[in-house]
Design a protein. Sequence first.
Length: 308
Amino acid sequence: MSTNMSAIHDKIGQFPRELEDESIYIMREVAAQFDRPALLFSGGKDSITLVRLAQKAFFPGKIPFPLVHIDTGHNFPETIEFRDWLVKETGAELIVRYVQDSIDQGKAKEESGKYASRNVLQTVTLLDTIEEFKFDACIGGARRDEEKARAKERIFSVRDDFGQWDAKRQRPELFDMLNGRISVGENVRVFPISNWTELDVWNYIKEEKMEIPSIYFAHQRQVIQRDGMLWADSEHLNKEADEIPFETTVRFRTVGDMTCTAAVSSTAVDINVIIEEILSAEISERGARIDDKRSEAAMEKRKQQGYF
């Protein structure tokens, strides 16, 4: 075995349990400091990990806050199927709100063109949902290693009464002290796995023997080639005449809207092989998310407008 392959195998399955302890501590702080928290659930591996952490944090009781899914209507069917299975399995409360309703109400405008997506439109529906239920804390699965704008976030990240984020208003978090004090109208976004990496998440899924959506594993799928990447063929994708669907073996490294999430060629049908792929990958996890590439500061601008 080569030196590089030996290093890869040495990292498989090594999850630092102090990260789990920190995340459980954060979950319990949310329950203690806020009146109406919620867990924002996308059906992706990070939000699934949050559900497992919440189960552990409050065992033997049920998760004491609802799961909230902002449904774009352009989700992968496998993700929605998994969401409904997980809610039934855990007994968690599920709240679903729809981007289509925001469009029908004239609050959001459908994009047009080749790269049209509803991903950005989620912000409108999310902010309306926070107002509807008066959530004062929303737990999410963002991690600092994903993208440079997310690296600026605190674990308790304050949003103003318009749901907007200002990096200059973030509070210091010294000695694990989390300050959840907010003014009327403000809310907090909470990131319990902020200090985890993509590899940590996969090692945790492996050790915990967690179920995840099938699209994370290699499978046959109709795709198109666009901008050097493979996109799932879908009625929601605005295809051009030369973008002819073909079938190949792919998996998804990250899961978002079907219109903004590309697949990667892969034969990985188990978690060990996925971890090997991650360790040898030349692009970042979010390198397959077209919404992050609209501009150099795309993510930060969306966060300033209220995006999670």
